[in-house]
Design a protein around this ligand. Structure first.
Ligand SMILES: [Zn+2]
Ligand SMILES: [Zn+2]
Length: 318
């Protein structure tokens, strides 16, 4: 990939609160897989499980650091997006799930399966809230005919022996000389086990909010981070969602209870002195009136740093 082009994309996506850069230049550059170096890649930026198009799929992110891929959430579509981001699925080692809402894990089983069928020979460690062990076990059971057939017929190693599942609590999950990865319980009623994640990678820090209501402790957790990837909700547009989803009578109250308004996302980022605020998990995801400019305007009054309107397959050098 040409460096100059990469630089252009990177710079064009950084909307400084003070400069009022032309957002149309951002919209034209939403689909840009690059396959080199240490990087953060947004794989899926849509909020919620409702599928509209491949261009924006549910939550998933990727960090590649020292050639090791770290996957953060595996919403539907994550497997294909990882392939588009240039990842050999057989090289996967670490998967982190923020919480057990399907828009954050529905592709977990298929991703593990596809890693296996791609030639997986070493362990994949899955870090996720309580419940993930039974979830994966049920996936193996529902696919046991195929798995057992391929073990016998193709001589494959049993996939069930290649996956190690860690049911997480708040605190440090992994610490070695290269990386320190921590979880902080966020605010996602009625789900108790929902987490933000912080990745310290050498001198760089990347934090993912997960799904959360306004969560001031996240500012402490993410202080000084190079990238804060934060979910976001545009409150004036949320009530209209009910008209488009007539089969969920309590949906609006539910959405408001565990998501953060754009203004409050800005407050968190400002309090934490974040260098680059990346918005993802947009709620609502299917309101065409919500342009990038609108999201940007909703945040610029509470945050003075760089604001990036997240897009699937957009990536950042780390
Ligand atoms: Zn979600
Ligand atoms: Zn959720």
């Amino acid at each position: 990939m040409q460096n100059s082009r990469r630089e252009f994309i990177r710079n064009s996506m950084l909307l400084s609160g003070g400069t009022g850069l032309n957002i149309s230049s951002v919209l034209n550059e939403t689909y840009f897989p690059n396959k080199m170096g240490d990087r953060l890649v947004l794989l899926g930026t849509q909020g919620g499980p409702f599928i509209r198009s491949y261009k924006q799929t549910p939550s998933a992110n990727l960090i590649v650091y020292k050639d090791i891929p770290f996957v953060i959430d595996t919403g539907y579509g994550a497997t294909f997006k990882l392939k588009e981001a240039g990842i050999n699925l057989a090289t996967l080692k670490y998967i982190f799930i923020t919480h057990l809402h399907t828009d954050h894990y529905l592709d977990l089983g298929p991703l593990l399966y596809n890693a296996w069928i791609s030639g997986l020979s070493e362990q994949i460690h899955v870090y996720a809230p309580a419940g993930v062990k039974s979830l994966i076990k049920a996936f193996w059971k529902s696919n046991q005919y195929d798995i057992n057939t391929r073990i016998k017929d193709e001589g494959r190693t049993d996939i069930r022996k290649l996956i190690t599942t860690h049911e997480i609590k708040e605190g440090v999950l992994i610490k070695n000389p290269d990386v320190e990865i921590s979880a902080l319980r966020n605010i996602h009623p009625p789900i108790d086990n929902s987490y933000a994640f912080r990745f310290k990678l050498g001198k760089k820090t990347i934090v993912f909010s997960g799904d959360t209501a306004y969560f001031p402790s996240l500012a402490t957790f993410s202080t000084g981070a190079d990238y804060l990837v934060h979910e976001v909700m545009y409150v004036p547009a949320v009530d209209d969602i009910a008209k488009r989803r007539p089969n969920a009578s309590k949906l609006i109250a539910s959405i408001k209870s565990h998501h953060t308004s754009a203004e409050d996302v800005g407050k968190i980022a400002q309090a934490a002195s974040i260098k680059n605020l990346i918005l993802n998990h947009f709620v609502p995801p299917d309101d065409k009136s919500l342009t990038d400019q609108k999201w940007f305007d909703a945040i610029k009054n509470t945050f003075s740093g760089n604001i990036i309107i997240g897009k699937d397959l957009l990536q950042f050098e780390i």
